[in-house]
Write a protein that binds this ligand. Structure first.
Ligand code: SF4
Length: 173
């Protein structure tokens, strides 16, 4: 997914920036979600739920909900990274499923703190639509089918840090 979650100090810096912006209300921090994966075309429900945590939820001056993911990165992102992010697609779907906002009104944002000599906080805005939900469902369904069929390939990243299968996975040839 690119980038890393923020360490506590960076997280506080980004949160403090939001807290001090006029008209911005903090709705939630570290909000867990657990929602069913539903094909909006057919009504099919996968037998695994979509589970995760939203870093930050804001309400902007116009009353719209904004879901924010906090990152650190060696360099700035591109707009395409926000537009193509599967993570933000998941957050958009989960937030709408939880009834926090209509998806058409929901805004998504990466707040990226660069780990450069002069750290910079960069913001990347995007949104998702119904087609993104359909794509997310199909992707999840395909991955589940692959798991059930015994297909495995390592996909290393930040998530390996706490993975209980790491010793076996990293020995995989
Ligand atoms: S160690 Fe765990 S998280 Fe990392 S690639 Fe292997 S299975 Fe995935």
């Amino acid at each position: 997914m690119g980038g890393e979650g923020l360490e506590p100090v960076g997280r506080e810096k980004v949160l403090a920036t939001s807290w001090h912006e006029p008209g911005i209300e903090i709705v939630g921090v570290e909000q867990p979600f657990d929602v069913p994966l539903i094909d909006l075309d057919t009504g099919e429900v996968l037998d695994r739920a979509l589970v995760g945590t939203l870093d930050l939820i804001e309400r902007d001056a116009e009353g719209r909900i904004v879901v924010v993911d906090l990152k650190t990165s060696a360099r700035k992102y591109t707009d395409l990274q926000a537009d193509a992010s599967l993570q933000l697609s998941v957050y958009s779907y989960a937030t709408a499923m939880n009834g926090l906002a209509d998806q058409e009104d929901l805004r998504l944002r990466f707040d990226v703190l660069t780990k450069t000599k002069q750290p910079e906080l960069c913001r990347y805005w995007t949104q998702r639509d119904r087609a993104a939900n359909l794509r997310l469902f199909r992707l999840a369904a395909e991955v589940l089918h692959a798991i059930e069929a015994g297909v495995f390939h390592p996909n290393p990243g930040w998530q390996c840090k706490d993975c209980p299968f790491r010793s076996r996975c990293w020995a995989w040839r």
